[in-house]
Design a protein around this ligand. Structure first.
Ligand code: NAP
Length: 308
């Protein structure tokens, strides 16, 4: 049986981790733990003030920590392009952690480029960001890309047809689609990089009270759900374990879905988890990749940045 805890993380000195949504919740906790094991971290997020505050919090926990920040709004391709280009030109990214996310937006909203906001942020923003900063990942000797999905990826309503929820919008359906897209994207990336040193993994963190649960309205959201969540949900600390394990364990394989092993899979030691049904269908992977390139207008060239 796997008894992994963050104490088992190997020394990370000399490695750089870029964490989207690194200023809050699971991303901030992932950053904090990685720095205590010697990694340099770059926290990426959309608010300069929240990034600075988070960087101070990480330094307070690990005074010698090397912490950088990157302003990145995943719901705006111009911002994604600007942030990714700067990273691609100057950095070597050993661990790319696609962690940022929004959930359960009460009405259909659009990103600056006209995509449904949840899928636009959680999947398309990350797809574009990964594609554009790829040379920085290619510079690393043994890079890992870890994408934070959710158990919601398994929900049948998260089918990837009507990706932009044009026919019908429900907040949690859009979230399930975006989290399924995180899994399908990762498995396709793992297939496309199978003959390289890169490992692509996807995780689900279980359940933790963070800012993610801020949206919604009414009795259910403001009274019943918060009470039941407080009773049932874990902390961001525990919810970061699957990301930390996927990013650093020598025992994982590219293409794995990692999640907590505990009761109801909401907390506990990370281990390989059951994939959402059909998510490993290569045809679905190819179709999502092509649709993501077509929607964003960005070609994801996996050879970008290869030595001449
Ligand atoms: N908490 C859970 O129970 C749970 C369960 C399953 C999966 N997850 C997944 O875990 C990941 C982290 O969530 P969390 O629980 O830690 O929630 P959180 O505390 O709300 O963190 C989400 C992060 O994403 C950032 N973000 C949102 N929209 C963005 C955008 N347009 N551009 C750049 N960054 C953006 C947020 O930035 P701001 O601070 O600026 O808003 C924040 O830093 C998400 O992908 C979520 O789907 C969480």
């Amino acid at each position: 049986m796997n008894h992994w805890t963050p104490d088992d993380i190997p020394e990370q000195t000399g490695r750089t981790a870029l964490i989207t949504g690194g200023n809050s919740g699971i991303g901030l906790e992932t950053a904090r733990v990685l720095t205590t094991h010697g990694a340099r971290v770059i926290l990426a997020g959309r608010s300069r003030a929240r990034l600075d505050q988070a960087a101070d919090a990480v330094r307070a926990a690990a005074p010698k920590a090397q912490v950088g920040t990157l302003v990145l709004d995943l719901s705006d391709l111009a911002s994604v392009r600007d942030a990714a280009t700067r990273v691609a030109e100057t950095e070597t990214i050993d661990l790319l952690i696609n962690n940022a996310g929004v959930m359960n937006l009460p009405r259909r909203q659009s990103t600056r480029d006209g995509f449904e906001m949840t899928v636009g942020t959680n999947h398309l923003g990350h797809f574009a960001f990964n594609a554009l900063l790829w040379p920085a990942v290619r510079r690393a000797a043994a890079p890992r890309v870890v994408t934070v999905s959710a158990i919601a990826a398994r929900w049948p309503m998260g089918r990837l047809d009507d990706l932009m929820s044009e026919k019908n919008y429900r907040g949690m359906t859009a979230y399930a689609k975006s989290k399924r897209a995180n899994v399908v994207y990762t498995l396709e990336l793992a297939r496309r990089t199978a003959n390289s040193a890169l490992q692509a993994l996807v995780v689900h963190p279980g359940a933790a009270m963070t800012n993610l649960q801020q949206h919604g309205s009414g009795l259910l959201t403001h009274i019943i759900t918060p009470i039941s969540e407080r009773l049932l949900m874990g902390s961001a600390e525990g919810a970061a374990w699957p990301s930390l394990y996927a990013a650093t364990s020598p025992h994982v394989r590219s293409g794995q879905f990692i999640g907590p092993a505990g009761r109801d899979q909401t907390s506990g030691t990370p281990e390989p988890a059951k994939l959402p049904k059909g998510a490993d269908d290569p045809d679905q992977g190819r179709r999502l990749w092509a649709a993501s390139e077509q929607l964003t207008g960005i070609t994801f060239d996996l050879d970008a940045g290869a030595p001449a």
